[in-house]
Design a protein around this ligand. Structure first.
Ligand code: FAD
Ligand code: UDP
Length: 400
């Protein structure tokens, strides 16, 4: 049937072997695999008016392909993920580069050999670089929190500079907390790079952008006779989950349910709300060919927004005389406000709250949680796809 707005008149849950909540990566990957490997008929319920979850892209009024929910750059070391997604798209060979605006000077991030020279001057920068090479080796990634533990005065100087000028203010804007207060894995995503590679994801063997965009990738993934997608449908209106049973449209449901939304919402937040950060995205179209030299510039010492992305620089699209940029403003997420929960806040008490929600569905053999929201994880796209491939493997094994 394809993609429809709203539920079809004769919608019957029992005509589906699986009901999937959410048409982002987690939901779409599971849908495709279950129809192909189990011969299932599945429906995907999506409350937004489009597929592709937070990876959704569209052409704006200026004719420029933009990412509605923030800049998305595909990168992975996972061959299986890459093979699976590559069935549904060609890739461009875009290699993402980010510059930090540090008091008006643009320096590569992850902070690397060239950044050191820009920050400290050629001679001193080289000397400090040689110290990093002697300590960690060449082409090594060193998380800032690890670098800060070193006692050597030259390494302390580098660590202090990078901490103050790359991480402190940006992290305060993004998380409302200092780098010492947040989980070290978060700043560890953007380590100091002891080398010359100035890509944001050095060492990722597969990176690029889907040649026709992310939404097209999802259109291809969901294009199957046995997948029905219903947009504008909030699954909470149909689904009733308790610790012992799952009902859909008021009747017990025996098929598989794959849930990719926030777990607390499913229970009316009755144990308390899972905390998230959300973003305000500010789009602007400018009458110029190019605004900035790279895809993204991080504002690490100034401004209220965290970063500016210029989409044409990432997609390679040619639109003379016009370019669309986007600024991201981070803030605490308020449940029920219509905001999007973008980033789980990885703190012990939040993970404990998540665990309590998760325990509630642990006894339901046909109810599965997968994805960045439903697993309350800081997943990149490839991490979600890997998790969805694993879950679908398990379900396929049970049905074969
Ligand atoms: P989502 O994409 O959030 O999809 C879940 C879907 O479920 C949503 O469409 C939602 O509307 C729907 N849903 C939820 N509840 C219900 C309900 N009750 N009923 C019906 N539908 C429901 N990753 C990268 O690899 N590279 C990047 O450059 C990158 N950049 C990012 C930038 C930002 C600002 C953000 C926030 C994330 C970025 N990511 C990036 C991560 C990437 O967006 C996620 O890993 C991925 O999109 C998550 O997929 P998902 O299916 O788990 O969740
Ligand atoms: N970060 C920073 N300065 C930067 C880049 C990243 O302080 O210039 C920190 C910040 O805490 C951020 C985290 O590193 O939230 C992870 O950055 P990444 O670019 O991976 O975040 P995402 O793209 O997921 O928003």
């Amino acid at each position: 049937m394809g993609i429809e707005n709203g539920l079809s008149a004769g919608f019957s849950p029992d005509s589906y072997d699986a009901i999937i909540v959410g048409a982002g990566y987690a939901g779409a990957v599971c849908a495709r695999r279950l129809v192909e490997s189990c011969g299932f008929k599945v429906c995907v319920l999506e409350r937004r008016d489009h597929i592709a979850g937070n990876a959704y892209d569209y052409v704006d009024e200026a004719g420029i392909l933009v990412h509605k929910y923030g800049p998305h750059i595909y990168h992975t070391v996972n061959e299986r993920v890459n093979e699976f997604l590559s069935r549904f798209t060609e890739w461009t060979d875009y290699q993402h580069k980010v510059l930090a605006n540090i008091h008006g000077t643009l320096m590569p991030v992850p902070f690397n050999h060239r950044s050191l020279k820009l920050a400290f001057g050629d001679q001193k920068g080289e000397k400090l670089y040689q110290k990093l090479v002697a300590t960690f080796g060449e082409n090594k990634k060193v998380p800032i929190m690890e670098l800060r533990e070193k006692n050597d005065p030259e390494l302390v100087e580098v660590a202090d500079y990078v901490f103050e000028n790359v991480f402190l203010y940006y992290t305060m804007k993004q998380w409302g907390q200092t780098p010492d207060q947040i989980d070290p894995s978060i700043t560890g995503r953007v380590p100091v790079f002891v080398g010359d590679d100035d890509r944001y994801f050095p060492g990722a063997p597969f990176q690029g952008m889907p040649a026709e965009g992310y939404t097209a990738l999802f259109e291809h993934m969901l294009d199957h006779d046995c997948i029905d997608v219903f947009l504008g449908v909030d699954a909470r209106d149909l689904l009733k989950v308790s610790e012992t049973s799952v009902a859909v449209c008021g009747r017990p449901y025996g098929g598989e349910i794959i849930y990719t939304g926030p777990l607390d919402e499913l229970f009316g937040l009755d144990l308390g709300a899972l905390p998230y950060r959300t973003l305000d995205m500010e789009f602007e179209t400018l009458d110029m060919d190019q605004f900035q030299p790279v895809g993204t510039v991080n504002y690490t010492t100034s401004e209220d927004f965290t970063r500016i992305t210029e989409f044409k620089n990432m997609t390679g699209q040619v639109v003379p005389g016009k370019t669309t940029i986007m600024r991201e403003y981070s803030k605490a997420y308020t449940p029920g406000s219509g905001e999007t929960p973008y980033y789980a806040i990885l703190e012990d008490q939040n993970l404990e709250l998540y665990r309590r929600y998760r325990e509630r569905v642990a006894g339901l053999v046909n109810f599965h949680c997968v994805g960045r929201l439903a697993e309350y994880r800081y997943y990149d796209m490839d991490g979600v796809v890997a998790s969805a491939l694993d879950l679908s493997d398990e379900i396929i094994a049970q049905h074969s």
